[in-house]
Design a protein around this ligand. Sequence first.
Ligand code: COI
Length: 355
Amino acid sequence: MNSTLDISINKISNSRISQYDINDVPFGKCFSDHMFVAEYSDGEWNKASIMPYADVPLSYATSSLHYGQAIFEGMKAYKNDAGEVSLFRPFENINRMNKSAIRMAMPEIPVDFFMNALNELIRLDSSWVPSSEYGSLYIRPFLISTDEAIGVKISDTYKFIIITCPAGKYYSEPVKVLVETTYSRAVHGGVGFVKAAGNYGRSLYPTKLAQQKGYHQVIWTDSQTHEYFEESGTMNVMFVIGETLITPALIDTILDGVTRKSVLELARDWGVNVEERKVSIKEVFEAHENGTLKEVFGCGTAATIAQIISIGYNGKDYELTPIAERKFSNKVDETLRKIRKGKIEDKMNWMLKII
Ligand code: COI
């Protein structure tokens, strides 16, 4: 199936937009008027429709609720000063969603079909895209197995849904993180490199323990030795040591983040020395000790660039460089924002205009 499959459109009769200040809403709690839903059965996609945002009618025996055959993406649309709406690197997300689908034994979503769905949905709800400096429309495509069956098996039926919500900053302040050396986010041979729902479910208990100690998030370490950094919370993590930008290399425990990729591409374009490799806890604290650890930050679609202000490890909190002094991450944050908002030239061709 491809983009020629008709999408039936059932528009809402009264928009709910006046109930919200879309430039000032908490992340992920206020949903725009419409959603896209398609169904998969008998080996093909069918019944593609855009309809008013609503609950999903599903049986309590729906397989994804029990066994987690569920994946998702996070992407964003931005509005420029002329009122035009563009998506940021949508094909990166579409391709990653299909990698997730393969790993979770789910059907892939044809690229044209996915793009067509995004296009129609975002056009219809373009008034929900915030125009504020930090605002965007967060887009959540997700794919769930829908067989009504308690036996553990690959589902024969699926729903592909896209919902959207206006969003501002994900973190309202710089983040305090705790190095996690007991629990793991991902293991070799597992699903850490894809956006499987269970990756996030399993992170909640260790995160709760860290939050009880006063941290916002954990920094995940490798499951075998707990000596190397992997990710931070729901974000990739980066370090500036001396003049070099260092981030864990992509292996099967690390998500191939679109923001991560964009930061690395900008850094290389600016002539910054970039290293993608294993990053040890020891090396980072030695750099802190000798004064060469300049910046630590997380990057992700929801959070964009999230400054990390302190790292807890072995009962001690290591305070990091004041945010205002962080040359690289402040520059990259501002540059990404300006590209997305159409305030500077998009020379990497990252933005795809929708309307
Ligand atoms: C994103 O950055 O889009 C994520 O996936 C994080 C999300 C779980 C809030």
